[in-house]
Design a protein. Structure first.
Length: 297
């Protein structure tokens, strides 16, 4: 079983390393090495560039950008910007998601329950770029009408620049975690030992804190990994639209200018980092699920 899982992971990684550059370098079929359009598609140039990229990736040498910077070094600053935004967003979303999930599971009155469920569904359904655009529009209108700037609506900075992208990513991440924890809590609440605890007079926050919360350890870890995946998928477009200067912006901007080989190297490398993150979180989630199942059995 372990051998099979390892083989699946290895095959997945190899496919990732192959398919990402194959997709990113597609524009090179229609342009020559100087970026000039070709009369007819040239698959030979495409194959040579893909092979050259994979060879450079294997040897840690992906060439230099148009500005003379080594490609691997050009990825360092955007990667740091992305990790900063992702880390702050995760730190905000984690307690928000746990609290939101607890409220969803505990509220029994019809109207508040429907309202909370509707807000949760909305947070999970709206695309991140829609939330970002609406937020930017609202803040820009407020600043224009009142001359009060609550925060910035574009750019990088570990100050008020963080507020908008963090709010967008944390809202979606917390919505996902809240829903996952609500389902887990309702399942735990139906267990016999919870029924016994209620029969002994325990209830409310005391029951949740001492009995339900400890049982949420594995669901919390699993939902945290799922929340990370949701936030990273939104990070790419939020980064690009907000001009944060992370991997998402680097990947999309260099991808749009991908007719130059070195720019395609940058775009492919940024895309690889993001895809590898998804694979790693997926593998960790699968391992945790199998470990939990084995313990239950």
């Amino acid at each position: 079983m372990i051998v099979d899982e390892t083989l699946v992971v290895v095959v997945t990684l190899l496919l990732c390393l192959l398919l990402v550059p194959l997709v990113v370098f597609v524009p090179r079929i229609f342009f020559d090495t100087r970026g000039e359009p070709l009369v007819a598609p040239n698959f030979r140039i495409y194959a040579v560039l893909v092979r050259g990229y994979l060879w450079g990736l294997l040897h840690g040498d992906l060439g230099t950008t148009r500005r003379g910077m080594v490609v691997t070094r050009a990825l360092v600053l955007p990667a740091r910007h992305s990790l900063q935004l992702l880390g702050v967003s995760f730190a905000v979303a984690l307690p928000l998601g746990v609290g939101w999930g607890a409220v969803l599971a505990q509220v029994r009155r019809r109207f508040p329950a429907l309202l909370l469920f509707g807000l949760n569904t909305l947070a999970n359904s709206l695309p991140s770029f829609v939330v970002l655009l609406l937020t930017i529009e609202a803040l820009a209108t407020l600043t224009l009408r009142t001359h009060i700037r609550l925060t910035y609506v574009q750019g990088y900075g570990l100050d008020r620049h963080l507020l908008v992208p963090t709010a967008v990513l944390a809202l979606q991440g917390a919505g996902y975690m809240a829903r996952a924890l609500q389902v887990a809590q309702e399942e735990i609440s139906r267990q016999d030992w919870i029924t016994v605890a209620r029969a002994k007079g325990l209830g409310g926050l005391t029951l949740w804190w001492h009995h339900i919360l400890p049982a949420l350890r594995w669901p919390l870890i699993a939902s945290s990994l799922g929340m990370l995946r949701i936030m990273v998928s939104g990070l790419v477009i939020v980064d690009y639209m907000y001009n944060w200067g992370g991997l998402g912006q680097l990947m999309l901007e260099t991808g749009n200018n991908g007719i130059r080989p070195t720019e395609s190297n940058v775009s492919a490398s940024a895309a690889l980092i993001i895809v590898l993150f998804f694979i790693i979180t997926d593998v960790l989630g699968r391992l945790l699920t199998e470990h939990r199942t084995a313990r239950i059995q």
